[in-house]
Write a protein that binds this ligand. Structure first.
Ligand code: NHR
Ligand code: GAR
Length: 212
């Protein structure tokens, strides 16, 4: 059976969506870098193994990364899933798990990498925003893309209303990406792109604003 480790830093709604999705059977553990992460309580209630590696216990990022890597390795995971994990990971960590490390980012990458993505989108005036599941590489928010979902940006949107619309789609696409992984349908094509076996091509054109 495949083993998955989910890394969280806070609320953990993406982790919750993954735990609630009816995925093929797998072993799941949850690790947080914050002892007070809301998602930990939910995972414990469901009987999921949890651990905390508090980044504030380490003066050096490399030492935190090493301790986190050890805590993860105990589970011998086939995949490490960043779900609202808020610490940038160093090259050594990423290389150790490269090819089996994925993240969900709240923008349509390569637009708006980094933090405060919804504020960035509103400032840029884009009409379409969204979220991206990607493999993690040492270079932040720029690894091979697995799946994206788009949402319209409304004139009256605030960071909060836009974030909520994007988050709903995160909860749709992250379980889908994990299902593809568990069904062995994901591979890299050698040019830094992801292949999804059995993918159905779509000829739907999305437009926003959706006026005639
Ligand atoms: N690490 C690598 N090497 N590559 C990626 O693509 C990564 C990563 C670590 C996390 C998630 C990410 C996102 O989806 C992610 C992708 C945190 C920051 C950040 O600047 C940036 C991007 C992401 C997560 N964090 C601050 C830091 O100093 C701390 C912010 C905080 O604690 O609130 O690490 O956008
Ligand atoms: C999600 O929107 C996720 O995409 C984002 O933080 C939120 C976490 O919510 N991640 C990042 O911004 C990474 N830098 P959650 O804890 O409820 O899943």
């Amino acid at each position: 059976m495949k083993s998955i480790v989910i890394l969280i830093s806070g609320r953990g709604s993406n982790m919750q969506a993954l735990l609630e999705a009816d995925l093929p059977e797998c072993k799941i553990a949850v690790i947080s870098n914050r002892p007070d992460a809301g998602g930990l309580a939910y995972a414990r209630e469901r009987g999921v193994a949890t651990a905390v590696v508090d980044h504030r216990d380490f003066a050096l990022r490399a030492d935190f990364d090493a301790a986190l890597a050890e805590a993860i390795a105990l589970h011998q995971p086939d995949l490490v899933v960043l779900a609202g994990f808020m610490r940038v990971l160093g090259d050594a960590f990423v290389r150790r798990f490269e090819g089996r490390l994925i993240n969900i980012h709240p923008s349509l990458l390569p637009a708006f990498p980094g933090l405060r993505t919804h504020a960035q989108a509103l400032k840029a005036g884009v009409r379409i925003h969204g979220c991206t599941v990607h493999f993690v590489t040492p270079s932040l928010d720029s690894g091979p893309i697995v799946i994206q979902a788009a949402v319209p940006v409304h004139a009256a949107d605030t960071e909060e209303t836009l974030a909520a619309r994007v988050l709903d789609q995160e909860h749709v696409i992250y379980p889908r990406a994990l299902r593809w992984f568990l069904e062995d349908r994901l591979s890299l094509d050698g040019h830094g792109r992801v292949r999804v076996d059995g993918e159905i091509s779509s000829d739907v054109i999305l437009l926003a604003p959706s006026v005639q």
